[in-house]
Design a protein around this ligand. Structure first.
Ligand SMILES: Cc1cc2nc3c(=O)[nH]c(=O)nc-3n(C[C@H](O)[C@H](O)[C@H](O)COP(=O)(O)O)c2cc1C
Length: 153
């Protein structure tokens, strides 16, 4: 069964709620093994074996959370391949962010690092500092779109 990795960091709970809404959206769409972990728990094996990935962070000082950056730092060598360039090349990916002002800078930082991993970034959801019905729906839809993209491959 194809595996989807959801990695997130959250202190006040918004990004965590978003992660679980994305998980729900995937589950509503198709059968996948879903691994949902905080950035501290996730490791290179989780990333290397995933057919798709969702990565979420709050905006901290106009950047991603340190634990998410650390996750990227810890896993980069493991996904580099002398033959293919990057084992994560073209893996479908979605981002989800939250911030006092919507998380735009954190999203940009994710996009930048995502380009080094060569993820196929499909879409993203941004949220303010509250988890609303609208955000819930957007996250479920994001999960559905990620699942559908993986099914296409
Ligand atoms: C250390 C720290 C730095 C933050 N820096 C920013 C920031 O630069 N811009 C912003 O819009 N929000 C900032 N915030 C607010 C959080 O991004 C926001 O509250 C977010 O919704 C928290 O997500 P969470 O509920 O998943 O922890 C900061 C919060 C913390 C704790």
């Amino acid at each position: 069964m194809a595996k989807i990795l959801i990695v997130y960091h959250s202190q006040a709970g918004i990004v965590k709620e978003m992660a679980y809404a994305i998980k729900q959206g995937i589950e509503n769409t198709d059968d996948f093994e879903i691994i949902i972990k905080t950035a501290e728990q996730a490791d290179q094996e989780d990333l290397r074996t995933a057919s798709g990935i969702a990565i979420g962070t709050p905006d901290y000082f106009d950047y991603m959370a340190g634990t998410i950056k650390d996750f990227f730092d810890r896993t980069f060598y493991a996904v580099q391949s002398k033959i293919r360039g990057s084992l994560t090349a073209n893996i479908p990916c979605v981002f989800f962010v939250s911030g006092g002002t919507g998380g735009g800078p954190a999203l940009e930082s994710l996009k930048k690092i995502g380009s080094y991993f060569k993820f196929n970034v499909i879409d993203y959801v941004s949220s303010g500092p509250r988890f609303t019905e609208d955000v819930l729906k957007k996250c479920e839809l994001l999960g559905k779109r990620l699942a559908e993209e993986i099914k296409k491959e």
